[in-house]
Design a protein. Structure first.
Length: 275
C-alpha cells in the first residue's frame, strides 16, 4: 500500500489535495496550551469547506507528549497530527529517542525531519536526515523534509543547493526502505525567525524549480514542495500557483491567523475547484 493511500488526508474522499498547510508548535506551548490550540484548530477545520472536501490537507506538529490527544482531537475534524522529529531506528537501546513505530502507534501521520534547528543545534547531516526519512516511510508516516540554503543568493543557487539536499536525503532513504509520498518544506535558513519571509518572487521561483525536481524523482510524482520560513497571513495570496502550501510556525500560533491562511488558500483554489 502506498503512503498516499495510508494517509487519509492525502486522498480525502478520493480527492488529491490541491493545497497543504502544516503548523509546527516547536517547544513554545506547554501541554494544556497545545491541547487547547488543537481544539481551536479542530473547530476551524470541522467547518471549513476546503478542509472538509479534502482540497486542503491540514496537519499540526505539537510536542511529542501531546501527540495522542492531538490526533484524537484533530482526526474527526479532517486534520491530523504528527511529530517534529523521529529516530532512525524503530526500537532498541537508544535512550531518550522515539521511533517511527511508536509515533504511528500514537496516531501520528507526519514526521518532520531535517529542520534547520536540528541541523545546526544537534549536528544532523545528510546521512542522519536520510535515515530518519526512511524511518518515516517505513512506518507509514509522511515525512516533512526541510531544506534550505544558509545565505541568501540567487534563486538558481538556492534551487541547486536544495535539490542536492533533497537528493541526499531521498537517495539515502531509498537505500534502506521503500520510499513514498514526501512533503518538502523549503525554508531558507536566513528567513527562519526573520521579521519578513523571502520575497514572493524569490519563493515562487525556487519552489517552482524544486517542485519540478522532486516530482521527477522515482516514486515522487505525488510529492509536493511547500514554503516555510516566517510564513504567515497574506503570503499565499502573493505567490505563484506552483506554491501549493505553507509550513507555518509562530505566525500561525494564533488560531485566527491560521483561519485567515486557510481562507486565503481556499480562495486561491476557487478558480480551479468549488470551495
Amino acid at each position: 500500500m502506498s503512503l498516499l493511500a495510508k494517509n487519509p488526508l492525502a486522498s480525502a474522499g478520493g480527492i488529491t489535495p490541491k493545497a497543504i498547510i502544516g503548523v509546527s508548535l516547536k517547544m513554545y506551548f506547554g501541554y494544556q496550551r497545545s491541547v487547547d490550540y488543537c481544539r481551536d484548530i479542530a473547530a476551524i477545520a470541522s467547518t471549513h469547506p476546503a478542509v472538509q472536501s479534502g482540497q486542503i490537507e491540514l496537519f499540526v506538529l505539537p510536542t511529542l507528549p501531546v501527540l495522542p490527544e492531538a490526533g484524537r482531537i484533530l482526526g474527526p475534524a479532517g486534520a491530523a497530527a504528527g511529530v517534529q522529529d523521529i529516530f532512525w531506528e524503530d526500537e532498541g537501546a537508544f535512550t531518550g529517542e522515539v521511533g517511527g513505530k511508536t509515533v504511528a502507534e500514537l496516531g501520528g501521520l507526519y514526521a518532520e525531519v531535517g529542520h534547520a534547528e536540528r541541523r545546526r543545534i544537534f549536528g544532523e547531516d545528510d546521512e542522519i536526515i536520510g535515515l530518519k526519512t526512511a524511518a518515516a516511510y517505513r512506518n507509514g508516516l509522511t515525512p516533512v523534509l526541510c531544506v534550505g540554503e544558509l545565505q541568501q543568493g540567487s534563486a538558481k543557487e538556492a534551487i541547486a543547493r536544495c535539490s542536492a539536499e533533497i537528493d541526499a536525503a531521498l537517495n539515502r532513504a531509498r537505500s534502506v526502505a521503500p520510499t513514498g509520498r514526501t512533503i518538502v518544506a523549503y525554508e531558507p535558513q536566513w528567513a527562519i525567525g526573520a521579521p519578513e519571509p523571502a520575497t514572493p518572487e524569490y519563493i515562487s521561483a525556487v519552489i517552482t524549480g524544486l517542485d519540478a525536481h522532486l516530482r521527477a524523482l522515482p516514486g515522487q510524482a505525488d510529492s509536493r514542495v511547500i514554503y516555510g520560513g516566517s510564513a504567515g497571513p497574506g503570503l499565499i495570496t502573493k505567490l505563484e500557483p506552483a506554491v501549493t502550501g505553507l509550513f507555518l510556525g509562530r505566525f500561525a500560533h494564533d488560531p485566527k491567523a491560521l483561519q485567515s491562511i486557510l481562507d486565503e488558500t481556499a480562495a486561491r483554489l476557487g478558480a480551479e475547484v468549488t470551495v
